[in-house]
Design a protein. Sequence first.
Lengths: 531, 191
Amino acid sequence: MIERKLLLGDEAVALGAVDAGISGVYAYPGTPSTEITEFIQTHAPHVRSRWCTNEKTAMEAALGMSYAGKRALVCMKHVGMNVAADAFVNSAITGVNGGLVVLAADDPSMHSSQNEQDSRFYGKFAMIPILEPSTQQEAYDMMTYAFQLSEEKKLPVLMRVVTRLAHSRAGVVISERKAENELNPDNERTHWVLLPGNARRQYAGLVEKQPSLLESSEQSPFSKTVSVEGKAALGVIACGIAYNYVMENTPSELGIPVLKVSQYPLPESAIKDFASGCDSILVAEDGQPLVEEQVKGLLGGDYIVKGRLTGDLPRMGELTPDNVGAALGVKLDRPYCSAQNVMPRPPALCQGCGHRDVYNALNEVAKEYVDARIFGDIGCYTLGALPPFRAIDSCVDMGASITMAKGAADAGVHPAIAVIGDSTFTHSGMTGLLDAVNDKANITVVISDNLTTAMTGGQDSAGTNKFEAICLALGVEPEHVHVVVPLPKNMEEITRIIRQELEYDGVSVIIPRRECIQTLGRKLRKKKAEQ
Amino acid sequence: MKKDIILAGVGGQGILTIATIIGDAATVAGLNLKQAEVHGMSQRGGDVQSNLRLSTETIYSDLIKEGAADLIISMEPMEALRYLSYLNAEGWIVTSSHPFKNIPNYPEEEALNAELGSLPHVASLPIEDVAKDNNMPKSANVILLGMAAKYIGILSPGQLRESIARVFASKGEAIVEMNLKAFDLGLNAVK
C-alpha cells in the first residue's frame, strides 16, 4: 500500500488505469463516465488524453494505440457503445497488441440518459471478457487485472460500471504505478487486415479462446461465496454493485448464501455448484436480466430462478438496498411516510443561457406556422422540451435532429427545423448535414453554439471556431449560413433571419453563438482569483 | 458505530462542499465512508441529494435504506421533506428555512412549515439571512454544517473545523477564517 485516497468510482477507474501503465485515454464526455477522463487530464498529464469527436473515433484511436503495443483506455456512457459498436465488435476480431480496456458507464434508472441499455450484452456479443466491479477499490484493482487479462488473451476487455458506483466516493488503497509499454507495433498483418479470408481465421481464433475466457471467470480473484450452514431455501447470485445491496441486508443472518459474480463469461461451474446447495436462486443484477436468463438455461426448467423477469425485483430501474431487501424478504422499517408538501423540481436551462434566447426566437417564429416541427438533440438544450419553452418535438440520439428533420421534410413536413448543439453537431451531425445538402432537403438547421460541451460540465468542443467552415465545406450555400448572437436585444434580427430561411427551399444553417454562462463564469472567477 | 446522512438541496447550492468537508474529516479520522453524489442533468437547478455514510464497520451499499438515515441536512425546506421516508425514528432534520422557488407549483409556505413543524426532531434557521448579516453570503452551506455538527456525533465539531481549514486552505487564510466563523455561527445557533 502506498496510500489511501478518497475517490469517486470514476476516479478509481482513472487512477487504476494510470497505475496500470496506460499511454492514452480516448473518450467523448457522457454522464456518468466523464470524470474518468477529466481525472486523467488533471492528474496524469503524461497520458495522451484530448477529448475525441465521438465514441467511435475514440475506440479506433485506442485500438491504434494498442496496435502500436501500448496500453489504452476508452471511456463512454452506455449509449456511446452504440456509436462505437462497429469498431468495438471488430476489435475482438483483430484482437489487441498492447492492452485495451473499454469502460462503459451504464445509467440504470436513466438519471441522465434516454435509455438504460446494459453494456454487458455488448461484451457477450463481441465474445470478450467483461469485468463488473462492486466497489471503488475493485474498480481500481480491476484495471491492472483487466490490462493483464487483455494482453494475456490478446483481446479487448470490457469493464462495466453503473451510475451509483461511478458517482460515489469511498476510500481506495493505491498501489505502485507500472511503467508504460514500449513502442512495439504488431507486424502480423493477417490479424489486422479484416479481409474475409483473414477475418474468418481471426473469428475462429476468437471462438477457440472462449473456453479459456470461461476458465478465467471461474478463477476470477474478484468472485467470492458467502456460505451458510446446510442447504439453503434461497441463494443469491449478485453481480457487480448488486452485491452491495444484498450484503446491506445481512443475508447471513437470514440464512441466505451469496455468490458474487464480477467477471464474464458467466462462471458456469461456480453457478452450478452454488445452486446445488440451494432450493432456489435469486439473481440480483443492475440493468437488464442478462444473467437471470442465462442462469435459467444453465439450471434447467425445474429449478426456480427469481429476478427481474419474475417480478421479484423490478423489471426496470436501478436496484436499491430497499428493493433488493424486499426480494430477500426483509421487512421495511419506515417510521415516517413520504411528506405531503413536496413537488418535483425538474432541471432547467440556466438563467442567462443562450439556448433560452434561441428557443424564445424559434417559438416566436414557429407560432406563425401551424405545421412547424422542431427536431431536438442531446444536450442542455434538450431542456427546451420543458416549460416554459415546450419547444421541441423530438430528441432521440446524438445527431438525430438533422437527419429526422430531413426525413420529415422528405415526407412533406414544412417547416422542418433541427436544433443541435455545437459538440453534438461534430459528434454525429455533420454526416447528416451532408445527406441533407446532397438531397437539397428543405430544412433549417440551428447549431446552438455555446463553445463547449456544457451538459457534462464544460469539456472542450471538437468544432469550436470551425462551424462556418464545416458547413460551407459540406456544401451549404454561403448566403444560407448565418451567425447570430443569442441575446434578447438581438431578437428582431434573429427572428428575421429564421423567417427568411424557413422560406428558403433548401438547407440553411443558423449558428447562434454565445459562450455557456457556466464556463464563462468559471473563467471570470479564475481570472479574478489570479489578479 | 455508524451515521447515515442525506444531504439535500437544489443544484448549485453547495451541498457537495458540505459532503467534501465531512468526507475529509471522516478520512482523517480513519472512518469508513461512502458518498453517492448526483452529477449531470439534475445539477441544472433541479433537486440534488447526496447519500453520505460513515461507519467504524464495513459499509456495503452506496445508498441509504429507507427508514435508516440518522440525519437529513438540507439547504432548502421542501428538499428536506423530499427524503422524509428515509429518516429513522430518532433521526434529525437540519435545514435552511429559506425556500428556493424556481418552480411554479412550489407548495404553500404555511403548509410546508406546518408539516416541518409537526416533526419531532427539526432544527431550522434562515441560514442565508444569517450569512448576509455576517457578510459571508457564500458560506450559508457552512453555517448549515455548523448546525448539523451537533447531530453528526461520529465526528466532533473540532474535527470538522480542522477539515474546513484543510478544504479551504488553497483559497487563502481569509476564506478559511470566514468559513470557520460561519461554522461557529451555525454551531452556536442550535445550542
